[in-house]
Design a protein around this ligand. Structure first.
Ligand SMILES: Cc1cc2nc3c(=O)[nH]c(=O)nc-3n(C[C@H](O)[C@H](O)[C@H](O)COP(=O)(O)O)c2cc1C
Length: 346
């Protein structure tokens, strides 16, 4: 029996299996942030390839919140049709679509100087400009507006990117946040912007729409955030209506000092699940179907986010289904002609 190919319901969204495409920035949007045919084909290939949930790459809530000038954006209604086309395609072929909302903060290379909680540079990048409190209000508003547009585009769920050293993670981590106002200092203060955004988004999106949060559960560096702090934050986010945590680590500074091996971050997903009884997604170097099956069958996580394995092979999920003896959802039923032994002929 394969749990990997069992459906999962999160609020009003039911995914057909437990395989999610991990958000991966392709650096292929035009400078206006609009999705191109190329995005439809790129995501469409994974949709036809049997992934239950496709999460978009980082999608910037403001132009200055882009990692690069080739990021997707959702700061204008003009971004809606290009994204809606991909969502419609997913729905037509049995997949669900999530959108990852992001602001790159001090790691933005879209302009000469990024913005951040404090004027502390990410090594190798310019010193960012410290955000004022009214500017923080504007950013909260930009997230809410982008969420409204994502709903208009038909997305099934949203993910807030609170990991990998981008703006919301910068607020959380004392490594990047030295503020002395209500957004800095105590964990409660450092969490304030994230909690405000989650609360605003929950107010705007339909009740049935799940909200995921991607966390860097630990900074894996001296003076950074700990799992205990992330667990507290997750409990507060749950109270604001967040449904699932997609658990990563690190990247507040360049380099990653801890060991990396298949499924190396899954223990964090399990810890959050055990402590809070919340749904989690495991991610990071999950590239074998057997490991993916183990993680969801053992209860470490409800979903697996698969990244690079899906870049290598858009049909990774169909291969995993065959291995598990599960009946894969074939958007193109004729693909079944390719599953028999080769000597049978066509
Ligand atoms: C090319 C590339 C782009 C990525 N872009 C994003 C992104 O937009 N948002 C994000 O949260 N993570 C991003 N990541 C991280 C992946 O989502 C994933 O968590 C990471 O690659 C580890 O999973 P994997 O070993 O299955 O690839 C990116 C990774 C790669 C390789």
């Amino acid at each position: 029996m394969s749990t990997l190919f069992e459906p999962l319901t999160v609020r009003g969204m039911t995914v057909s299996n437990r395989i999610a495409m991990s958000p991966m920035l392709m650096y292929m949007a035009a400078e206006d942030g609009v999705a191109r045919d190329l995005h439809l084909v790129h995501y469409g290939a994974r949709i036809l390839g049997g992934v239950g949930l496709v999460m978009t790459e980082v999608t910037a809530v403001l132009p200055e919140g882009r990692i690069s000038t080739s990021d997707l954006g959702l700061w204008s209604d003009e971004h809606i049709p290009g994204l809606a086309r991909i969502v419609d395609f997913a729905h037509e072929h049995g997949a669900k679509m999530g959108l990852q909302l992001a602001h790159a903060g001090r790691k933005s290379k879209a302009q000469e100087q990024g913005v951040a909680p404090s004027a502390i540079a990410y090594e190798g990048l310019p010193v960012p400009r410290e955000l004022t409190a009214p500017e923080i209000d504007d950013i909260v508003g930009a997230y809410a507006e982008a969420a409204r547009r994502a709903v208009a585009a038909g997305f099934d769920c949203l993910e807030l990117h609170v990991a990998h050293g981008y703006l919301l993670h910068e607020f959380l981590s004392p490594i990047a946040n030295a503020r002395t106002d209500e957004y800095g200092g105590s964990l409660e203060n450092r969490s304030r912007i994230v909690l405000r955004i989650a609360s605003e988004i929950r107010r705007i999106v339909p009740d049935s729409m799940p909200i995921f949060v991607r966390l860097s559960a630990e900074d894996v560096v001296d003076g950074g955030i700990s799992l205990k702090e992330s667990s507290w934050l997750a409990s507060q986010l749950m109270a604001e209506g967040v449904d699932l945590f997609d658990v990563s680590t690190g990247n507040i500074v360049p380099g990653y000092e801890a060991p990396v091996y298949p499924g190396y971050q899954a223990n964090y997903a399990l810890d959050l699940k055990k402590e809070l009884g919340v749904m989690t997604a495991a991610m990071g170097s999950i590239s074998s179907p057997e490991l993916a099956e183990y993680l969801v069958s053992s209860g470490a996580a409800d979903l697996v986010f698969v990244g690079r394995a899906l870049l290598r092979d858009p049909h990774w999920a169909l291969g995993a289904a065959r291995l598990a003896g599960a009946d894969p959802h074939l958007a193109i039923p004729t693909y079944a002609r390719a599953t028999g032994p080769y000597e049978r002929g066509f």
